[in-house]
Every structure is written in structure tokens, then in C-alpha cells.
Design a protein. Sequence first.
Length: 79
Amino acid sequence: MADNAKNENYEKAIQWATKYLEEHTEPREVRFKQGVICNSDIDMTKTNLNRLVHAKGRAQQASYNKIRDFKIYLSQNLT
């Protein structure tokens, strides 16, 4: 059951990241966590999307967490 929920969350993250990349073409600098400065939100999203799709285990979970944190940041700060 836990693996099924995790896979659903990964799929949602993949869909969100893909949609984000389709809608945003101009890179911008983002500071979405304390001490974390991202020079290009596009490159960061592409990298984490690729890791989420192709990696396994901890690397996949870390990519999911970064996409989730970035999505939360955007919903709180750019709406």
C-alpha cells in the first residue's frame, strides 16, 4: 500500500514538473529554501524530473522532495 501511494505521488510530481516546464521558458533565479539559491528554475526542474523518472531509492526520493518543496514555495510566494 505504501509503495502504491509513493508511486502515485511520484506520478503527480512528474505531471506537475512537466506542466511547469511547458508553461515556463525563461529561467529565473529562485531562493526557495533558506540557504538554497537556484540560478535557473528550469534547469533545476529538468534535473530533478530526470532523476525522479530514472533513479531509484534515495536519489528518486530526494528529487521528489525537491520538486515538492519547489511547488510549495511557488504556491506560497508567487500567487
